[in-house]
Design a binder for this molecule. Structure first.
Ligand code: CP
Ligand code: NVA
Length: 300
């Protein structure tokens, strides 16, 4: 049984297929009469709405579930919850605090598990990001994708995804917030190269894409003031964008904290593709679901 907890759960050819399926505008209703459970332990605007609409477009029924309804680990074990849900739904997708919970759920092998964001990965976002880069620049043409900020869940999935497609990346973070060795190893195993620095200017030199995300992710709120200090030199502003390639684009998974990781001027500029990325969340969700339902049909 196939799960999607991180982008490299796909082979490179499968990633290319998912991106192709994402671009299909009138896909077969592969989820007709079927359910997809969407469990959220954290808030969500884009992920919930894009997943629900992707399920509808594939002919299925999305079921939004709040954690207290299931009581994973309190009312019932995770394993029991997943095996019960498997009786109703073709896919169980979840946004969780602890990535380990997704692994525990996947280990039951009773229904495909899809990661809707965990503390360490956001692969559904990376699919939309790659689709956006394909539309705006071309995956075969893009040079360097530079990430400025916290080497977090969004960075990790993006870096691995780019690496799988042979796209060079860079990451600029303050001390203590950069990639660790296992992260870098995973990016390199995926096939590409990654430039690691603490200097935003160095990271964006020659970049076709500049990407950033919030400095304080959900679940890290008590670190906010320390993080505001640590990242104060890492705002993506017009001066930094001027150091990139002349046709470069700006990307952000959203929600954005304007005035922190990005200025209003950059996010509102013609180079900013943030709303296209957000819209692509629905198209790439459709692509991933179409692929995973196809795998269920093939292997059960
Ligand atoms: N980018 C993203 O995952 O947004 P939401 O948290 O609103 O779902
Ligand atoms: N890194 C952010 C992404 C939100 C979509 C978080 O985890 O909160």
């Amino acid at each position: 049984m196939r799960h999607f907890l991180e982008i490299d759960d796909l082979e490179t050819q499968e990633l290319e297929l998912v991106l192709k399926l994402s671009a299909a505008t009138n896909p077969p209703k592969v989820l007709a009469d079927q359910g997809v459970a969407l469990l959220f332990e954290k808030p969500s605007g884009r992920t919930r709405n894009s997943m629900e609409m992707a399920v509808v477009q594939l002919g299925g029924h999305p079921m939004y579930i709040q954690p207290e309804e299931l009581g994973i680990g309190s009312r019932e074990t995770a394993e029991d919850v997943v095996r019960v849900m498997a009786g109703y739904h073709t896919v169980l997708a979840a946004r969780v605090f602890d990535h380990g919970l997704l692994e525990q759920m996947a280990a039951t092998n009773s229904v495909p598990i899809v990661n809707l964001l965990s503390d360490i990965a956001h692969p559904m976002q990376a699919l939309a990001d790659l689709l956006t880069i394909e539309q705006e620049i071309g995956l075969g043409k893009v040079g360097k994708v530079a990430y400025v900020g916290d080497a977090n869940n969004v960075w990790r999935s993006l870096a691995i995804g780019c690496s799988m497609l042979g796209i060079q990346t860079s990451v600029a973070s303050p001390a203590g917030h950069g990639p660790n060795s296992p992260d870098l190893e995973r990016v390199l195993i995926a096939g590409g190269s990654v430039q690691v620095t603490d200097d935003p200017s160095e990271a964006v030199e020659g970049a076709d894409v500049v990407y950033t995300d919030v400095w304080t992710s959900m679940g890290q709120e008590d670190e906010k003031s320390q993080r505001l200090d640590a990242f104060s030199r890492y705002t993506v502003n017009s001066d930094l964008m001027a150091e990139t390639n002349s046709n470069s684009i700006f990307m952000h998974c959203l929600p954005a904290h304007r005035g922190e990781e990005v200025t209003d001027e950059v996010i509102e500029s013609p180079r900013s593709k943030v709303f296209l990325q957000a819209q692509n969340r629905m198209h790439s969700a459709r692509g991933l679901l179409s692929w995973i339902v196809g795998e269920v049909a093939k292997h059960g």
